[in-house]
Write a protein that binds this ligand. Structure first.
Ligand code: SF4
Length: 333
């Protein structure tokens, strides 16, 4: 199929052919010929274009647990893809080969219809917009999501949560589940390590927690940067204040796969346990740790209803309810 540059949604024309992109909370002002912070949107003659529409990279059939989503279609496969570019520049990024790569438009074109065809052929239950921040390929994602929904496929975002409220609202009717990365509640950390602010992410999490979209949250425990007990308690308290049923994933930092921060050690077991305890102490019902509890236990009687070993899933729940006491495990099946 022929390549095309797609005019962007969500931007305003300003004086002297400058544009303001309104897609994410950076609200980049872009001069003619320039690109935004994400490098995925370019001002051409006073109009903003997406450079990544149709430019899918890293197309894989993944277990949904890898996103991670533990309470959404457990044990299913999700067709996952991303593009080049990102609106964050997280020094801890594991996908930096694509997220921080130069955005070029020379990749082969994959239309939204072709992605749906692949999902159907691979018997995926959902499509995941992941690997880099899906906000920056909004037009591509949205068109694919509309087609997916019409085919009965679910749509999943793995996001840094920096999307503008206006764009998020347009997305919502087509979005089934989202995992948002909440790294810290600390402004300095977000500024220094990611080049962003936590405020818009926190607002979007609040907004999503009141929507029909299934929400899970992930926090990466980075030694010396996000592993302080006050930070972990603050995050846990924030999530519990929204809804104690929201699953919280605590993940381990690995310097060898990190973009930068190579000098830091991997997160140790003790710190992971501390984070897990912070979640349980504020009453979160589902706290998962990549260095400990990965099973889904009934929050009422403690029965293990879903056993996980890496991405192997063994279910013994009764259609999303505890097989021993009947408690609702807040699963989307
Ligand atoms: S989507 Fe890209 S161009 Fe638009 S505001 Fe965000 S970083 Fe800037």
């Amino acid at each position: 199929m022929e390549k095309e540059l797609k005019e962007a949604d969500f931007y305003k024309q300003k004086r002297s052919k400058m544009v303001e992109c309104l897609l994410c909370s950076h609200r980049c002002l872009i001069n003619e010929g320039g690109v935004g912070i994400c490098r995925a949107r370019k001002n051409i003659n006073g109009k903003l274009f997406s450079l990544v529409y149709g430019q899918a990279v890293a197309m894989n059939l993944d277990p949904i647990e890898k996103k991670p989503l533990y309470h959404f279609l457990p044990g299913s496969d999700t067709l996952s893809f991303g593009t080049l570019g990102c609106n964050f520049h997280c020094q801890n990024c594991h996908n930096y080969q694509i997220s921080q790569a130069e955005v070029d438009t020379d990749n082969s074109f994959t239309s939204p219809a072709e992605i749906i065809e692949m999902a159907v052929n691979t018997k995926a239950s959902s499509i995941s917009y992941t690997y880099n921040e899906p906000t920056i390929f909004f037009e591509y994602a949205l068109e694919t999501m509309k087609l997916a929904q019409a085919k009965g496929l679910k749509n999943v975002w793995v996001s840094n949560g920096y999307i503008s409220k206006k764009a998020l609202k347009e997305l919502l009717p087509y979005l089934d589940a989202i995992n948002i990365d909440l790294k810290s509640m600390d402004k300095d950390f977000y500024q220094k390590v990611c080049g962003a602010k936590p405020g818009p992410i926190i607002d979007n999490i609040k907004y999503l927690s009141k929507s029909k979209v299934h929400l899970e949250i992930t926090t990466l425990i980075i030694p010396t940067l996000t592993d302080s007990l006050p930070n972990l308690k603050k995050i846990a308290k924030f999530i519990a204040g929204l809804n104690r049923d929201i699953p919280w994933h605590i993940s381990r930092f690995s310097p060898e796969i990190s973009w930068k921060l190579k000098e830091l050690p991997p997160t140790n077991e003790w710190k992971m346990e501390k984070a897990h305890k912070a979640g349980r102490d504020v009453g979160l019902k589902y706290v998962y740790s990549s260095f400990g509890e990965e099973n889904t236990r009934c929050p009422k009687c403690g029965q293990v209803n879903i056993k996980r070993f890496y991405y192997d899933v063994e279910r013994s729940d009764d259609q999303g309810k505890c097989r021993r006491c009947g408690q609702d495990l807040k699963m989307i099946l």
